[in-house]
Design a protein. Sequence first.
Length: 197
Amino acid sequence: MAHADNGRTRILDSAAAVLRQKGLAGAKLSEIAKGAGMLAPSIYHHFPSKDHLVEEVMMEGIYRNNRHIMSRVEGMGPGTSPMVRLRTAIVAHVDFLLTGDDYSSAVARIFDDLPEEMRKRVLAAYSSFDNYWRDLIVAAQADGTGSKALDATVVRKFLIAMLDSCSSWYRPGKLSPAQIAEQAADLLLFGFAAERP
């Protein structure tokens, strides 16, 4: 979603970075404006309120993340097995959250803190993201590689919540984002037990 107005884009980019780092309560308009190279009152030329700015960052984050995951999965071609497609989506999601996209990391960090009305609108936008994950899970259950004993909604809710959490705790160190993404996929798809009891 490229914006013709560069000032607006700079504000959104700065807001995403500040929201990612400080959370919703800690994000100050003065800091967002400074990151965009302008004074705080200038933000109101582009956005009527902080809430409008936050909501646009959320919508952009959902759009970018969904586009990234879908392009990775769909790029594998139609003959790819459902479990490989699901694993690819998990790895793509974690990779995207941990390799510098402020928008999707901001979404993961501040979603629970959003005002109720905004959360409802963001959830509505999230429905295509949720549906895509649901389809990946149901396809793996249908071909027998995914457990039919588990409810697809429960799997999806836990999977997304666990993946989204990585942007709040990850710090560069022992494991690279790519290694963490692979471990997340192993944990989510095969569990923690070395053998099933």
